[in-house]
Design a protein around this ligand. Sequence first.
Ligand SMILES: [Zn+2]
Length: 377
Amino acid sequence: MSDLNDAISDRRRQTRSSVYHYLYQSPEPRSKQDISRDLNLSLPTVYQNVSELLDAGLIEYAGTSQSAGGRPAMQLRILPGARCAIGISITGHRLRFAATDLSREEIAYKDLRHSLNVEDEGYSEFVAQQLENFIDENHIDRNRILGVGISIAGIILPEIFTVLYAPTLYIRNLSLKALIDAIPYSVFPGNDASSGGFAEWFGSEKRESIAFLSLAEGVGGAVLVNGDQYVGNNYRSGEFGHMCVEWDGLPCSCGRKGCLEAYCSAKRLSTDLGITLPEFFSGLENGNEDYAALWEDFKKHLVIGLHNIRMTLDCDIVLGGYLTEYLKPYIGELQEMLAETDPFDRECHYLRISRYSKDSSMLGVALTFIRDFLNSI
Ligand SMILES: [Zn+2]
């Protein structure tokens, strides 16, 4: 008996899910008649499911349109703001917040500099308070928050809330328990590059496997196969930053020489020169010869790294991380340089910039909550 009930409720749930996802994927509002025809459901079944979704606050009426028979038909659409999620990016002396809703677009953003270190006493409470400030400043309804994701540039074991190693934050074996306890929402910690890769995969219509290369203070990456990260045997898959692109080359933060990170980090074009990234790129545009030479070297090594990723994985390569914002004018040139090294493809459109650009890692950790919610409807 209970199996039968389970089967019935499961079937009903699937029908309601199909009605919701039909409206979710439709670029225009649709009528109950459209739903009935396109999903092959009886009108009474459509009425019942629409009524449940309206009661749950997940869809709304969006005016009327003239149907073929002349009678106006009520149009329905999803309510993107019915639920939202927040992502926090933790880097050295900087917190960035981003919120997204069911539309998967960014709805709020904040960048905050501070002087605390991750291991300082009171750091967890500070982050939790800043999160509440962000929620208030952007008038986010707390009842609609599905959860808060935390993005960190390090090797993370989410099951035990521990950061095993984060070289750019100078930490090893850091427990995130105090931070998670200080935040009164569901919390999910994730690696910045794999979160960025997930954002790109989940946010785009093209759901193919991708390699995500994050260019920020450090250089990281992730391999996403059907949306799941290929983690490797030791959680070190996608560590593209430590591929060797120059034997005995520049020293890297990992202690080795010639790594991609040593050549293609945002640091190399900014703090190492005592300037900011906008200053570097405007100097480059204005003909600074030293910057031009450095930029040539940067691109050359980046293309070697991109070529090796493509030859190994045979999938699209998506560039993310905050440096990527400045690479947009140069993407065509990078594709051409890549084509010169590619024995198979003459056009290298498989290289592209993430649709979320600089905010991909925060949105990625937030979007894991959105994905789970959409799957639960
Ligand atoms: Zn290295």
